[in-house]
Design a protein around this ligand. Structure first.
Ligand SMILES: [Zn+2]
Length: 280
C-alpha cells in the first residue's frame, strides 16, 4: 500500500512539475511587467538616445525590446571595475543582448549571472594584446569606452557589445546548453554551410569586409560577422550576400528590412487626433 502511495506521489510531482513551473514563470513575468511599465519612460529615453536599431522598430516592437531589456538586466548582477557606474550602463549593455537575440525566443543568455564592466582596454590571462571584452565561464566582460564607441557608430564595423553577446549566445546554445533556442540551433548548421568555406578561405589569406581578425578562429568569425551584420548591413549584403542571408536566417531578423515606424512617428501621427478630441 505504502509503495502505491509513494509511486502515486512521485508520478504526481513529475506530472505537475512542468505546469507548476510554467504558472510561476507566468506570474513572475506579470509581476515584472507591472514594474517595467512604471520604468518604461526612463528605459525608452536611455535606449532611444543611444541605440539606432531601436529607433527603427515599430511601437509594438519597441515595447517588446524595452521589456526584454528590463528582464535581461534584472536577471544579471552587474559589477563595475574602475569605472564610475551610472543607471544607463546596465540598460545599454542589456539592450545590446536584446538587439542580437530580438528575432529569437530565448534571450536571457541564462548561464551568465554576472556582467563585468571595466573602464577601458584590459589585459587578460597570458595574452599580450589588450582586450576590449571577453566571455568565459565566470561572466561577460566589456570595456565601457569601447562599448560606447561601438553604439555611437564611431568605429565602423565594430560593436564590442554585440560581439561579446555573440560569443555568449553561442556559449549558452553549444557549450553549456543551458538555454537552447530551437530555431537558432537548427539554423546554425545552415549558417555554417555558407560560413565555413568563407572562413577557410580567409584562413588561407583571402580578404573581405570582415577583416583579418575574423580569420583568427571560427568563434571570432561568428562574433565579427555579427558586428558587421548590424553595423554595416548594406555593404555586408552587397559584398557577401549569401553570408548575409544565412546570418539573417539564423538570427531570424534582417536589419535592412525594418517595417517599424517608431515612437516619434506614431506620436506625431496621433497629435492631430488628440487635438481634435480635446477641441470637441
Ligand atoms: Zn571575440
Amino acid at each position: 500500500m505504502e509503495l502505491v502511495v509513494i509511486i502515486a506521489l512521485v508520478l504526481g510531482i513529475l506530472l505537475l512539475n512542468r505546469p507548476v513551473t510554467l504558472l510561476f514563470q507566468r506570474l513572475y513575468t506579470r509581476h515584472q511587467y507591472k514594474r517595467f511599465v512604471a520604468a518604461e519612460t526612463f528605459y525608452h529615453s536611455v535606449v532611444s538616445h543611444h541605440i539606432k536599431y531601436y529607433n527603427r522598430l515599430n511601437l509594438e516592437e519597441q515595447r517588446k525590446f524595452l521589456f526584454r531589456t528590463y528582464q535581461f538586466q534584472h536577471s544579471k548582477n552587474f559589477h563595475y571595475i574602475e569605472v564610475e557606474q551610472n543607471a544607463e550602463m546596465p540598460i545599454l549593455v542589456s539592450a545590446a543582448a536584446v538587439q542580437l537575440t530580438f528575432g529569437l525566443e530565448k534571450f536571457k543568455l541564462n548561464y551568465f549571472d554576472d556582467i563585468f564592466i571595466l573602464r577601458d582596454d584590459y589585459h587578460y590571462g597570458f595574452y599580450s594584446r589588450p582586450f576590449m571584452g571577453h566571455v568565459d565561464r565566470t561572466g561577460i566582460y566589456l570595456s565601457w569606452d569601447n562599448f560606447i564607441k561601438g553604439i555611437s557608430g564611431l568605429t565602423p564595423n565594430c560593436n564590442v557589445g554585440l560581439h561579446e553577446m555573440g560569443h555568449a549566445l553561442a556559449y549558452v546554445n553549444f557549450i553549456t546548453r543551458t538555454e537552447e533556442d530551437k530555431h537558432f540551433k537548427k539554423e546554425f548548421h545552415n549558417f555554417s554551410k555558407v560560413a565555413r568555406p568563407i572562413f577557410t578561405s580567409m584562413q588561407g589569406g583571402a580578404k573581405n569586409l570582415l577583416g583579418d581578425y575574423a580569420a583568427t578562429n571560427y568563434h571570432e568569425f561568428w562574433a565579427v560577422a555579427i558586428e558587421v551584420f548590424f553595423e554595416n548591413a548594406m555593404l555586408f549584403r552587397q559584398e557577401l550576400p549569401e553570408l548575409y542571408e544565412a546570418m539573417s536566417r539564423v538570427l531570424n531578423q534582417d536589419p535592412l528590412n525594418f517595417t517599424g515606424t517608431g515612437y516619434a512617428t506614431i506620436i506625431r501621427r496621433m497629435e492631430p487626433l488628440v487635438r481634435k478630441a480635446t477641441a470637441q
